[in-house]
Design a protein around this ligand. Sequence first.
Ligand SMILES: NC(=O)c1ccc[n+]([C@@H]2O[C@H](COP(=O)([O-])OP(=O)(O)OC[C@H]3O[C@@H](n4cnc5c(N)ncnc54)[C@H](O)[C@@H]3O)[C@@H](O)[C@H]2O)c1
Length: 308
Amino acid sequence: MARIVISEFIDERVLPALRGKHEVVYDPKLVDDAPRLRAEAATADALIVRNRTQVSGELLVALGRCKVIGRLGVGLDNIDVPGCEARGMQVIPAAGANALSVAEYVVASAMLLLRGTYQSTAAVAAGQWPRNALSSGRETAGKTLGLIGFGSIGQLTAKLARGLGMEVIAFDALMNGDHPAYAGGGVRAVGLDELIVGADVISLHVPLVDSTRNLFDAQRIASMKRGAVLINTARGGIVDEVALAAALKSGQLGGAAIDVFGSEPLPASAHFADCQHLLLTPHVAGVSAESNERVSFLIADKVLEALR
Ligand SMILES: NC(=O)c1ccc[n+]([C@@H]2O[C@H](COP(=O)([O-])OP(=O)(O)OC[C@H]3O[C@@H](n4cnc5c(N)ncnc54)[C@H](O)[C@@H]3O)[C@@H](O)[C@H]2O)c1
């Protein structure tokens, strides 16, 4: 019997299957108690994490007998993958299992931000009637969506957006323009610069690596169409948050939805105060009831398989 440590929340319906075969320590607060996490790690044969547990440094050293790291999500930037592999640990992400939730978040945010009619609740309830101010919102059909990164989430987002009548263009640094996924999805492959100047909505679906860090700096944001919408569900650090806030305040950007931040939780920040047309969410684009179930069952199965 092996010992499985789960340091962040999981769909608890997977626990009986895991406990049927192995000893399981499940404590979603473990991630916030580094000494206790290291102590549990020392006797773990498997560790299951989301994106907050940093599997690197002292924790990696503590995982002396661990064989497998299950990641309840897809980004691996919180895991020192080469370090794990050097110690003989397999790292298993839940590839594709939360892609639909992210794609729906992107399309819903794009529609809300283009139309811009979602912030009148307090005014209408208070007896005001700001009809003129809210009468020039934009339709989604016919607008151009630019996807940066055309992997699983980018492709699913394109499919939903095409269903709404959007034109979709995409740039992916590692996929040739003749890759069948573009033509198959009704998507035109373009260069990064063409995408930035041509899109009404830009959505990011790339990992955080050296070539994507600060990709949306002040200069690139200034190159976007005036009034365009920027959506980042990928990773913090790709968009310069201060430059983004300034562009919202100046009207250069017509809206933004930001789910991921350079520092999470986002510290109370002066730059986002007073920004209009801004949706901020706490890294939940990929987390829904359905995706949590898919991700949890997928990782539980794969960890059981790796321990066999
Ligand atoms: N907010 C959330 O809850 C949430 C949930 C799931 C995934 N994510 C993030 O979404 C991102 C995309 O996930 P995915 O499952 O589609 O990944 P994926 O690996 O399927 O696709 C990523 C794509 O980015 C491309 N790419 C890599 N470097 C690039 C670069 N420099 N420029 C342009 N393209 C580049 C790759 O070729 C690949 O096609 C990841 O960063 C992931 O961490 C966030």
